[in-house]
Design a protein around this ligand. Structure first.
Ligand code: ADP
Ligand code: MG
Length: 688
């Protein structure tokens, strides 16, 4: 008899190779096997009639063998024709088989098959089904309960995992397992032991539909527990931060008042609320870490400027980091416009400056002459010494690598306050789960007077109509972006395809100034072109996706996106947000190459229907899943044992509730929960 603490190597038939593979996914002992949960279930509890068979569904059928045939196409195949009493047919196809298999299949025999229904030239098919020859006395495939399907790892087989997990389950029967939720959720949820047993082997009489949809109370219990573990590890980070000492900023209204007077517009309520929330944080003696979220064009920059002013009035420097050189340039102009009239000195640092320029800027930063420093990742470099860094503002584009911004923080005087701005909104369920360690301010309204952008989808064959539209827009003295999105392997090919479009537009739009900008150009060239475009000297800017972030040219009112089907929702929304910034009605034309995939059609439809970035962010999460959106930085959230924040978002309120209860418990209990659900290397990330 085994114990739950036995190493997996003690299991029969589990050798060192399998051990390594299981160790890699955090399974070291029998107890860990219990938490390797089915990601779906097969339903072999009933036979399905061929009449009800749906393509793509996995079904169990019982039929008669009519004919067996071996065909020598490019790949040798064994075909087995089956039928039911009403002469409806199903074809089994085997690509791997031997003569023994073939001889076993006998005309007139009864066969049971379980597999996915496909459609072929001759009707319904199954490829390599699981099957039993009932006439030969083989055991029935019919089960009384759903069959678990486990996520596989390495080249381990489903049957092996099933066998080992079943031993762990047997061991569980006679063991006790510490239940982290027992005292928290008195009687409102099944015990851990019950939940695990139900999920590995749903019993007869359980609500199988609920289980198939992951809505069963046993699943909800474990989902909540897992999400709690993740959230708890983030909340612990947050508490740790709140116990660190930082510089207290005495909130002064002197510069803010002067800025407000110069502004020419009034902050929206949402902007003012964000400024207030930031000021409250800055006045405390522990470091702020606040995520400022807002839709494209909602006016995040000015909120950051107000935060800078507080640093300045308290004698601290602010570093503002942008993800690209173009955006850093844009911020330089944006921030300088607001700050220089107030007598604030702004320094600029990027990788492309020459030695003299650089030395000059470095000196201004080190001596403290520069109060605000704007730059790219160049700000991270070792040679950069700040005089008294107190605030760090990070513009995150839409790569939310929030957890790896640390080297800048280490250059600071005490732990600095940090403000992270996102380019587009993050779905609420992601904010609650992946960013629970941050405080959040949300700008959920646009400045008044914005005209909604009209979005149109056009097939690529209608390019000439687009050209006519451009003529009209330019006649009204407005400007145009034309974005080439061809995703080529190399920047060379990308530039080449943009060059072709550029030529085409020049030929078809004589008399207009049409200029090309792409990633292969040098920095000076690029920033010169952006300047000219901002000043209205260029009518049509043909660009690769380099213009994606941050560019602000209110006079541009038409955005054309070529091959829009190749871009994700967030990226398209971000691009579209480059127009609609001025007083004129703006249009975004999404050009596409037919035929569109179902997914691309859905993306384009969503963009046509709404300009609401928060709604779009949610759809994006549904379509792509958290893994794609978060990237590799936070695989913990994307790669959970049972929870899926898209499917389970509705449970996050309860997760929050229980996480907070856990924070009141002793450290040992908190770690027990975290260690149970977050495997070693993931918990390491949680502790950094
Ligand atoms: P984003 O949130 O996309 O970074 P920006 O900060 O670039 O947006 O602001 C977009 C534009 O809106 C800028 O031209 C800015 O001057 C303007 N703006 C910001 N706030 C307001 C406001 N309250 N009223 C009017 N215009 C505003
Ligand atoms: Mg911006």
């Amino acid at each position: 008899m085994h114990n739950l603490s036995d190493p997996i190597i003690s299991l029969n038939g589990l050798g060192p190779k399998a051990q390594d593979k299981l160790n890699n996914i955090g399974i070291y002992n029998l107890e860990h096997l219990l938490f390797h949960l089915p990601f779906r279930y097969q339903n072999k509890t009933k036979f399905t009639s061929l009449d009800d068979a749906q393509v793509g569904a996995e079904i169990l059928v019982q039929l008669t063998i009519d004919r067996i045939e071996e065909v020598a196409t490019r790949q040798r195949q064994l075909l087995c024709y089956l039928s039911d009493e009403n002469n409806r047919t199903l074809l089994l196809r085997f690509f791997h088989f031997n003569q023994y298999h073939k001889q076993q299949l006998v005309r007139g025999d009864i066969i049971q098959c379980f597999g996915e229904i496909k459609i072929g030239r001759e009707g319904l098919e199954m490829h390599h089904p699981e099957y039993r020859l009932i006439s030969k006395g083989q055991a029935n495939l019919l089960e009384t309960t759903l069959s678990p399907v486990y996520p596989l790892t390495g080249n381990l087989h489903q049957a092996q995992l099933k066998k080992w997990i079943n031993i762990a389950l047997k061991t569980l029967k006679n063991s006790s397992l510490s239940d982290n939720f027992e005292n928290l959720a008195k009687n409102s949820m099944p015990t851990l032991k019950q939940a695990l047993e139900t999920l590995h082997h749903p019993k007869e009489g359980e609500n199988l539909e609920q289980i198939a949809e992951f809505k069963h109370i046993s699943q909800q219990r474990l989902i909540i527990e897992e999400l709690c573990a993740h959230q708890l590890s983030l909340l612990k980070l947050k508490n740790e931060r709140k116990s660190k000492i930082s510089n207290i900023f005495k909130i002064s209204k002197l510069l803010s008042k002067r800025l407000s007077e110069n502004l020419g517009f009034k902050l929206t309520n949402a902007q003012q609320r964000s400024v207030d929330e930031i000021n409250t944080d800055l006045a405390l003696n522990h470091p702020m870490l606040r995520l400022l979220q807002g839709d494209v064009g909602s006016g995040k920059t000015i909120v950051a400027v107000f935060a800078c002013l507080q640093a300045i009035e308290n004698g601290f420097q602010t570093a503002i980091m942008a993800p690209t050189e173009i955006l850093a340039n844009q911020h330089l102009h944006g921030f300088s416009n607001y700050l220089e009239p107030l007598g604030v000195k702004v320094a600029f640092l990027t990788g492309s400056q020459n030695t003299t320029e650089r030395a000059e800027q470095l000196d201004a930063i080190q001596s403290g002459k520069a109060q605000v420093i704007i730059g790219t990742h160049a700000l991270f470099q070792e040679s950069v010494k700040f005089n008294k860094l107190g605030l760090v503002v990070i513009d995150e584009q839409h790569k939310f690598g929030v957890h790896q911004r640390l080297s800048l923080v280490q250059k600071a005087h005490n732990t600095p306050h940090q403000l992270v701005m996102t380019a587009t909104p993050i779905p609420r369920s992601l904010t609650m789960s992946a960013y629970a360690d941050l405080d959040t301010s949300i700008i959920d309204e646009l400045p008044p007077g914005r005209m909604p952008i009209k979005t149109i989808a056009l097939g690529s064959e209608r390019k000439d109509e687009v050209v006519q539209k451009i003529k009209q827009v330019c006649k009204d003295n407005n400007q145009v972006y034309w974005v080439c999105t061809l995703i080529e392997e190399s920047e060379v090919l990308r530039a080449e395809s943009a060059t072709k479009t550029h030529q085409y537009l020049q030929e078809n739009l004589p008399g207009l100034s049409i200029v090309l900008i792409h990633g292969r150009m040098n920095k000076d060239e690029k920033s010169k072109i952006m300047h000219q475009f901002a000043n209205g000297e260029i009518n049509v800017l043909v660009a690769t996706t380099v213009i994606e972030v941050g560019v602000n040219v209110p006079n541009a009112s038409l955005m054309v996106i070529e091959n829009s089907e190749r871009l994700g929702l967030a990226q398209l929304h971000q691009l579209r947000g480059r127009v609609g910034r001025g007083a004129d009605a703006s249009i975004c034309i999404l050009m596409y190459q037919s035929p569109l995939s179902a997914n691309a059609t859905e993306r384009i439809d969503i963009l046509r229907q709404t300009n609401d970035g928060f709604l779009i962010a949610n759809k994006d999460l549904e379509l792509r899943g958290p893994g794609e959106i978060l990237g590799t930085q936070q695989t913990g959230i994307a790669d959970m044992k049972i929870a899926n924040i898209v499917r389970d978002g509705y449970l996050l309120k309860q997760v929050r509730f229980y996480s907070e209860q856990f924070l009141q418990l002793d450290e040992g209990k908190q770690y027990a929960l975290i260690m149970r659900w977050i495997t070693a290397d993931k918990s390491q990330y949680a502790n950094t």
